[in-house]
Write a protein that binds this ligand. Structure first.
Ligand SMILES: [Fe+2]
Ligand SMILES: [Fe+2]
Length: 473
């Protein structure tokens, strides 16, 4: 087990003090990160005491510490999972060779791009969520929002550590760039589409943490397989934190559903909006939106980049060891390719279809929450079921981009799409309605906004009405 330095300026288990050059570079970046956090982090809560978990080691029994902390004083640290002795590359052309502890020269640019692209999503989501505290449905939810935010900040640190320690001057420049881009701005947008979408209310926040953080899970699983060992070790530990983010989304949506089905019973026509709740069809539209913008994050269905990442041992499949063939040179994957207004099945060389392989696993994993939410609806005796849309629906990257499909995956013409898209995706009115429910924050201990049920349990053994955030107005 690696030794942990928690008292240093930058908490770490990478023996930072033995590398003075790197330590200096990171200590120079630290105040810039703080400045970014103060301007782009949660607005209006930086002086509050928040009951947060802080990573202090990578030990599976006791990796985190829980206490009140003011967010600007959060101890963002650098933690890598322990090195696996004699680890070898698990896939691609270098299968079976020892993993790299340094960046192989020929893969330097590609690897830097992979790390920057992952790193860019972390501060982006904090920016997208920076105003949500002002309309929080409870102190419990407010704390969960901030927990997600500070950990995305730590994930940025994780990627910046790799850039600063392994990529020299280019890495330092990229580390600056990660603090300079801004989610949703036209001149300096974040790199990936979903991370520039506005996240304007808590329904979107829960959908984002369920669907978009889950993209993060699968990207991290694929990078955890990397032959570049420091990247593998970093991402393995990030996955530990990521699990909570997806829980926040899954449980949050579940609690809205619980409340909505309860309200449906109180209203003779089941019209939840009359009782200021969130109706299930509107939730379905937000599922359609956030699921599909997250699908785009996996990249094109047929991709020479994906083939190169796999061939070179940089990015594998999630849990690569479960696949029978780690070379993937002879296999194909059948993909429905649009040709002359029709879908035609084509056999694509498997390496070129690796994005699609990961996307399918993501879709299967996303289905689990849908099933769980549907059980809640069924148990309430309500005749409505959520459904994930087709992976062709509402796509902006890959072979389906620029074409139009129904949520069932049927190709349709543009005029039908324009006529019907508000049946399937949140309209301006839907968004205005949801926002109208969330106009003020709830700061009373244990109280919940009227559109969401209370959670079953509090955090770390504390009751639901615990003062998770001591808000100083
Ligand atoms: Fe993250
Ligand atoms: Fe996350």
């Amino acid at each position: 087990m690696s030794s942990i330095a928690t008292e240093e300026k930058i908490p770490n288990n990478v023996d930072l003090s033995s590398d003075k050059r790197l330590q200096r570079a990171l200590e120079e970046w630290q105040p810039k990160f703080r400045e970014w956090w103060m301007t782009m982090g949660p607005e209006g809560f930086q002086a509050d005491d928040v009951f947060l978990r802080t990573a202090i080691s990578v030990d599976s029994d006791g990796w985190a510490h829980y206490d009140y902390v003011k967010m600007p004083d959060y101890r963002w640290g650098i933690f890598l999972a322990d090195q696996v002795p004699n680890r070898t590359i698990g896939f691609g052309d270098s299968f079976g060779k020892p993993v790299w502890q340094q960046v192989p020269g020929e893969f330097r640019n590609v690897l830097r791009r992979l790390i920057v692209t992952q790193g860019d999503t972390e501060p982006a989501s904090v920016e997208q969520q920076r105003l949500l505290g002002q309309t929080c449905p409870s102190l419990y939810d407010l704390r969960n929002l901030f927990q997600v935010n500070v950990e995305e900040g730590r994930h940025l640190w994780a990627m910046v550590y790799l850039l600063q320690s392994y990529f020299g001057r280019d890495g330092r420049e990229e580390a600056e760039g990660l603090l300079e881009r801004r989610s949703g701005t036209p001149d300096k947008p974040r790199i990936l589409g979903a991370f520039n979408e506005p996240c304007e209310h808590w329904l979107s926040f829960f959908m984002f943490t369920y669907f978009t953080d889950r993209d993060g899970k699968f990207q991290l699983l694929a990078l955890a397989e990397s032959g570049f060992d420091p990247l593998s070790r970093t991402t393995r530990f990030m996955l530990t934190e990521e699990a909570h983010h997806m829980f926040v989304g899954e449980a949050g949506i579940g609690r809205i559903i619980e409340k909505s089905v309860e309200l449906m019973k109180q209203e003779p026509n089941g019209d939840v909006r009359k009782l200021m709740g969130i109706d299930l069809p509107t939730m379905q539209k937000y599922i359609n939106f956030w699921f599909t913008v997250s699908l785009d994050l996996f990249g094109g269905e047929i991709s020479s980049n994906a083939a190169n990442f796999f061939a070179s041992g940089l990015k594998g499949r999630a849990k690569e060891e479960k696949w029978p063939d780690h070379i993937a040179l002879d296999a194909v994957k059948t993909i429905a390719v649009p040709k002359d207004g029709k879908l035609v099945n084509e056999d694509v060389p498997l390496r070129n279809a690796m994005n699609e392989v990961l996307r399918e696993e993501y879709a299967d994993d996303s289905q689990r929450g849908i099933d769980k939410w549907n059980r809640t609806i069924a148990n309430a005796g309500v005749d409505f079921r959520f459904k994930l849309p087709s992976t062709r629906f509402h796509r902006a990257t890959g072979i389906y981009a620029g074409l139009h499909f129904t949520p069932d995956g049927q190709m349709i013409a543009e005029d039908e799409w324009n006529r019907r898209k508000n049946e399937w995706l949140p309209s301006a009115e839907d968004s205005a309605y949801v926002k109208s429910l969330m106009t003020r924050p709830i700061f009373e201990r244990g109280k919940m906004a009227h559109w969401i049920a209370a959670p079953k349990a509090g955090i770390k053994g504390n009751p639901v009405d615990f003062e998770y955030v001591k808000h100083h107005a």
